[in-house]
Design a protein around this ligand. Structure first.
Ligand code: ZN
Length: 246
């Protein structure tokens, strides 16, 4: 049985939409249906019926956008020397909360990739890093809302260490319309890239995006906090690896 998603097959089925609350009227005007139970707008008529350049397109998760091709999500791991250099560690708590909640709101509390929502909490904040592999700089490009499953794909190394490997590989395959073997190849390539990047220890981290967009600066002891977080993450990874070897 094929489990290829609608975006690949062109098949039908309600498409969940990322609609911020303050754009609900606009979404309703496009013909989208509000589902009060799921607190989400849906497009019921399938991909083929989405008007060319219509306003509905702004609300479509990546997986359903006609101009996007797979992979819609893939593992994207932070080099080990930058573990801990995340916004949660480097910003004041209230600044990080403002940034991540803004990402949730803009997505209508739905995953930007698949339109889904988690059972315990709907979405999580994912930092979108770009990597300059010649100057060894990790640059923040934005923060987006992802469901826990898509987020677990992005953090593939952590997912493997916490026993979620099979589930996450199946999710990676389903979202991208791949076979399980194709998902495995993608994950292995991502891991090889992570090993290569982690072989360099002179990475720096550029988070000027938060200042440009939110007027926020890192806390004075950001480097110390990042380093402390990094030590904790390395200890956890070591524990997990040792556990597997026992
Ligand atoms: Zn998702």
């Amino acid at each position: 049985m094929s489990c290829r998603p609608a975006a690949v097959t062109g098949g039908h089925g309600p498409i969940p939409l990322c609609v911020p609350r303050d754009r609900a009227k606009q979404a309703a005007g496009t013909g989208a249906r509000w589902d009060a139970g799921q607190r989400c707008f849906f497009w019921d008529s399938g991909i083929a019926s989405i008007p060319e350049n219509g306003p509905i397109r702004a609300f479509l998760p990546f997986r359903f956008r006609p101009d996007r091709r797979p992979p819609y999500v893939r593992p994207w791991m932070v080099p080990q020397s930058l573990w801990g250099w995340n916004l949660r560690a480097m910003l004041r708590r209230e600044d990080w909360d403002r940034i991540r909640r803004d990402a949730y709101r803009r997505a209508g509390y739905r995953c930007r990739i698949c339109g889904g929502a988690g059972p315990d909490h709907p979405v999580e904040a994912d930092e979108g890093w770009a990597y300059d592999d010649t100057r060894f700089v990790q640059v923040l490009k934005g923060v987006i809302a992802l469901c826990p499953d898509c987020h677990a794909v992005r953090h593939w190394g952590r997912s493997m260490a916490t026993g979620k490997e099979q589930h996450v590989l199946r999710w990676l395959a389903w979202i991208n319309g791949w076979t399980y073997a194709e998902a495995r190849v993608c994950a292995d390539e991502a891991m090889a890239l992570w090993h290569w990047r982690s072989g360099h220890t002179d990475w720096t981290c550029d988070i000027r995006w938060v200042e440009k967009v939110f007027g926020v600066r890192p806390v004075a002891d950001a480097m110390d906090r990042a380093a402390a977080t990094q030590q904790g993450l390395i200890a956890l990874a070591r524990q997990s690896r040792d556990g597997e070897m026992r």
